[in-house]
Write a protein that binds this ligand. Structure first.
Ligand code: SF4
Length: 274
């Protein structure tokens, strides 16, 4: 099976080009075509025939298929159900504000964290998404906007708050972020990306070194360990106290911030005492 083009960050792409003695400018041309212009046709812009043939023969340019689109008449939110190559499905949501959008991406099919309030958690983890399947959600949603809401195709913020625990699929999420952040790629500002976690410490340990500058959101839902254990079972393995010490170690840039998410559940976590 061919490797997906959308699994390559810019450095990977340059490496492929150098190793195969192709024209060095092909990297910028291809990234520009697929991520800035977001074209779904073959790239014919300033690229040699031999480079083009090499990429066509060795890489797959297909994207997750849009299976269902649901649009809210009230607030114009758009929910996509994407069908993946192996027929698994994941959701992506476009959340509008002032004719611009935040996009909420999925990182896994199902999820291993089993949070008690979450339908995805009930399904268990089916598999990790690849970087191309994460980036593909973004490109397809953007193309849908360009076609269906022409003039509004501006996705300003990316939030990893869809299906899955992003830090449990760290390598693919990291690679997708590298593509989003690349000035040759979608060129999203680092402060415009937020990754939400239930408190998966192995990922938090890697955060500062590997995805510096990206915003973090912690699913808190209760400051009390016992209550949090009920809502987020991995709290038993990675207790909140320990999670917070790792979060405190993240050196924050000027515009970087930590968000704490809290679902209010009546008579459970809506009082100031345990
Ligand atoms: S980590 Fe997120 S997706 Fe996974 S079970 Fe918890 S709430 Fe659901």
């Amino acid at each position: 099976m061919k490797k997906s083009f959308y699994d390559l960050n810019y450095f990977d792409l340059e490496t492929v080009i150098n190793q195969n003695n192709l024209n060095g400018s092909a990297a910028a041309v291809l990234f520009n075509w697929h991520y800035k212009k977001k074209e779904n046709t073959q790239c014919l812009d300033n690229i040699s025939k031999s480079s083009l043939a090499f990429f066509e023969n060795n890489f797959d340019f297909s994207l997750p298929e849009i299976d269902i689109v649901q649009e809210s008449n009230k607030d114009r939110t758009v929910k996509f159900l994407f069908k993946l190559r192996d027929n698994h499905k994941v959701e992506t949501v476009l959340i509008p504000f002032n004719n611009k959008y935040s996009i909420c991406l999925s990182s896994q099919v199902g999820c291993a964290m089993n949070c008690s309030f979450c339908f995805t958690g009930e399904q268990g983890l089916k598999r990790n998404l690849t970087a191309s399947e994460i980036v593909g959600q973004f490109i397809q949603a953007w193309r849908w906007l360009a076609k269906n809401r022409t003039g509004e195709e501006r996705i300003l913020n990316i939030v990893f708050m869809g299906q899955g625990e992003p830090l449990h699929n760290f390598d693919a999420v990291k690679k997708a972020c590298e593509i989003f952040l690349s000035q040759h790629g979608t060129s999203i500002g680092v402060q415009k990306i937020t990754i939400s976690t239930a408190g998966y410490i192995p990922g938090l340990k890697r955060w500062s070194q590997e995805i510096p500058g990206v915003n973090l959101a912690l699913s808190l839902h209760s400051p009390f360990e016992e209550k949090r254990n009920e809502l987020i079972p991995i709290n038993k393995k990675y207790p909140l106290d320990e999670v917070l010490t790792y979060i405190d170690k993240i050196p924050l840039n000027k515009k970087q911030f930590i968000t704490y998410e809290y679902i209010l559940i009546k008579d459970f976590n809506d009082s100031s005492v345990e």
